[in-house]
Structure formats: C-alpha cells, structure tokens
Write a protein that binds this ligand. Structure first.
Ligand code: ASP
Ligand code: MG
Length: 430
C-alpha cells in the first residue's frame, strides 16, 4: 500500500535540514512511498518579491533578488555535494528558465506571470533533495508535478481536474522500489502551462496524490509535534491533540488555525485516508491523526486567533433593512474583490464583517460600500474563535476586554476584541 509524505519549507531550509531529511527517510524503507516537498525555507516569499521587482521594471533590484536566490541554492548545493558537485547543470538551467520566463511574462496579467514563475522554488528544492537522497543511498526518482496534477487555468488558485490527474497518477512507476519525489503547490493545465494551488498548497498536493493513488495514509511532517488546541506560540498552556475528525480539522483550518491547508481534508475524507501530523525534529514524539472518528473532537475546546483584523459595519442609509437582497449585494462585493469574511454578523439594520488587513482588496471594497451605505471601519482588532466553548470559558476570555462583535452557536463562538486590549501570550482559563 502506498504512503504519501509531505515536507514543508522548514524541513529543507538548509543543507543540515536536507541531511536530516535524508536520515529520516532512510528509516522508511517500505515502498511505494511518494514524497511531496515545498520550496526551501522562505523561497516562495522571495519569488513573490522577485515577481514584483520584475513587474516594476527595476532591473537592478530584480537582478539582485534573482542572484540572491541563486546564491542561496548554490550554497546549499555546495554544502551538500562539495565544490562543483551535485545537480549543478540542472540548477543552472532552472535559473536560466526562471529568468527567461520573467522576461516573457512580466507584462502579462499578474496571476499568469505569478504561476509561470512561482513554482521554481519547488522545482529547485526537489532537484536538490532528489539528488541528495539518491547520492546517499535512498534510490529516488524525481517526478514532475506538472505532469501529474492537471488543473484549469484559474491561476494562483487553480482547480484540480480529478479525472485527468488520476489518469496521470496511474502511470507513476510505483512498483520499481524507488522513492518518488515531487513538488507540492504546482500543477499544469492540460496544455502544459504551469499553475499553482494557492499559498501553502503543498499539503493539498499531498492529498491530491494520495486520493488518486488510493493511498494508505498521508503524513505531514512539521516542525511541531502534531496539532494543538491552540497555537503554542500564542497560548502558554496549549494541549496536544492526538486525534481529530476530518470535519473538526476543517473547522479549525477554516477559522484560521495554521494546521493544514483547508483544501487538504476533502480529498482524504472521500477515500477515508488518515492524515498524521508528525515532527521531523522529533519523529518519535506523539503525533496527531485526523480520520473519520469524531469521538475525541470535543475533548478540549480549541482556540484560534486572527490579529490585525478590520471590522466593517455596514448600515443602509435609508433606514432600510439588511434583508436578503442587501446581504446578497454586500457579500457579492466581497466576492468581487476576493475577500473572505472571518466573521459575519447580521442584524435588522446592520451587517458586521471582519476581514483580513489586505489593503489592495479592502480599500476598493470600502470605497464601493461607502458609495451606497454608511460604513464604519475599525482597525487593529483581534478575532478569537473558540471551538466547543462553554459560557464560563467565554466569560473568562472576555474579562476586561471590550467585545466589538460576536457570534456563536454550540459548536463555535467568535469574539472580536480591540488588539491593544489583548495580551501577546494568552492563557486558556481553567
Ligand atoms: N512553497 C509554497 C508556499 O510557501 C507552498 C507550500 O509551502 O505549501 O506557499
Ligand atoms: Mg513553503
């Protein structure tokens, strides 16, 4: 039975990390094993900055950024393989291609330019990692995700063509005993144009392949030991969660827990493929498993913070109601600018929307709303979402804080606070 592993950027951020990855994978001799890898460290952010530099036409800035990226990859290659060793020709060719594509696409639409260049982080990382594994005795085949994951041309958030992808995946050489290594985050249209699945989309890539392979399990290797009921960097008493259902994991991801890319769960749930989250730093540490079992979901309340939120309070000017037609109108404008509401709270004559601070989308939305409605805008807010809340818990969490908006039901409660009334590190009340 096939297994799919996914490793994110932190697990391959430098030569030491790639060595560690090799040692870890040497401990998993069972095949078939498909390994999905992201770009090294923060490469995707650097590639986004490179796109911006190319579009601004600042040649010196563009060059400087491209050379910095080249240097970062060459440094890792030299540290791994020694001077002049490793897949040097392939890495050089990828950088030439990347440079040529920026010239070709810098005047094209932003999403197209983005998708023709952003995936080079993954093409480079997998080239280095595959060569390293192969050189250290883990026989590895580099597979091109652009020949596996077939998508439409909705660039930056491409939709998967499941039937076409399944046909391509069926041709993978699963039985030859080699580890199959491929890129997360990217795919291609039927005509071969690169596409991307959205930031942090490598988890989703692992789920796509697992779904099409009918895999036995997916393991996402992270720098934390599994999932917690709150971000341990923000809550000093977060508890590890050994078990979650697909539905609970979707809820947490939807509300902003940076557990797993929210699109990841659906394809796994459909084929009842369990997902385990493990630490690549401490492979033996307790892990978390997500599957169909719902029994443990409410064992601990869970907490999700979103900082720097913006609250939009929309009121009809003419003392009219916030009826379905108006909701349709206002939410439609959100869709048009591509903004997601993290909280929606509707009353007879007012709609409250809490959104992320993305000025390029928010400002046009605010202008458009202000033309037809009374609009109040509050910034610098913190949205706290609680899964499986109790009244006592919510009361304790709100103590000493003004609540600017709230909504809730038995499963989920949300409270919007002023950011300056919130602590840097939270404590879950007993
Ligand atoms: N490298 C991509 C990103 O940083 C995809 C991923 O890491 O999942 O968004
Ligand atoms: Mg990444």
């Amino acid at each position: 039975m096939t297994r799919v592993f996914k490793f994110g950027g932190a697990s391959i951020q430098d030569a030491a990390a790639i060595r560690h990855l090799g040692e870890l994978l040497a401990g998993f001799p069972d095949r078939p094993l498909v390994v999905v890898v992201s770009a090294m460290g923060k490469t995707t952010n650097a590639l986004e900055a490179l796109i911006a530099a190319a579009r601004e036409g600042d040649e010196a800035d563009y060059r400087r950024r491209l050379e910095a990226l080249r240097q970062a990859h060459l440094t890792v290659m030299t540290e791994l393989f020694g001077e002049g060793g490793g897949p040097a020709a392939r890495v050089a060719a990828l950088f030439d291609e990347l440079d040529a594509r920026h010239r070709q696409y810098r005047d094209a639409s932003y999403p197209l330019h983005y998708d023709q260049t952003i995936g080079y982080g993954e093409l480079l990382s997998t080239t280095l990692v595959a060569a390293w594994l192969d050189a250290t005795g883990v026989a590895t085949t580099w597979c091109d995700a652009r020949e596996l994951v077939v998508t439409d041309a909705c660039h930056q958030a491409a939709n998967v063509d499941w039937a076409a992808t399944a046909r391509r995946v069926a041709d993978l050489p699963l039985e030859d005993g080699r580890l199959l290594l491929t890129q997360g985050f990217i795919g291609a249209t039927p005509t071969g144009a690169m596409s991307s699945l959205g930031r942090e989309g490598s988890d989703f890539s692992a789920a796509i392949l697992a779904h099409c392979l009918g895999a036995e399990e997916v393991v996402i290797w992270k720098d934390v030991p599994g999932l917690f009921n709150a971000d341990p960097r923000r809550f000093d008493n977060a508890v590890p969660l050994a078990h979650l259902s697909y539905a609970e994991a979707v809820e947490l991801a939807w509300h902003g827990a940076k557990v797993i890319h929210p699109k990841t769960l659906g394809p796994l749930q459909q084929k009842a493929i369990p997902l385990t989250v493990r630490s690549f730093l401490e492979p033996g540490a307790p892990s978390s498993t997500i599957d169909a079992e719902t029994r443990h979901d409410a064992a601990h309340p869970a907490f999700i913070l979103r900082d720097d939120q913006v609250l939009l309070e929309v009121t009809p000017r003419d003392f009219a109601f916030m009826d379905e037609a108006r909701l349709h109108d206002i939410l439609g404008r959100l869709v048009d600018v591509g903004l997601h509401a993290n909280l929606i709270d509707s009353e007879a004559m007012r709609l409250r929307l809490c959104v992320d601070p993305k000025p390029e989308k928010l400002d046009p939305l605010a202008d458009s709303l202000a033309a037809d409605y009374r609009l109040d805008r509050h910034e610098g807010l913190t949205l706290l979402t609680v899964r499986h809340p109790t009244p006592a818990l919510l009361e304790a969490l709100a103590e000493g804080r003004e609540v600017l908006a709230e909504r809730g039901n038995a499963g989920t409660a949300q409270r919007l606070f002023r950011g300056d009334q919130c602590p840097e590190t939270w404590h879950i009340p007993d």
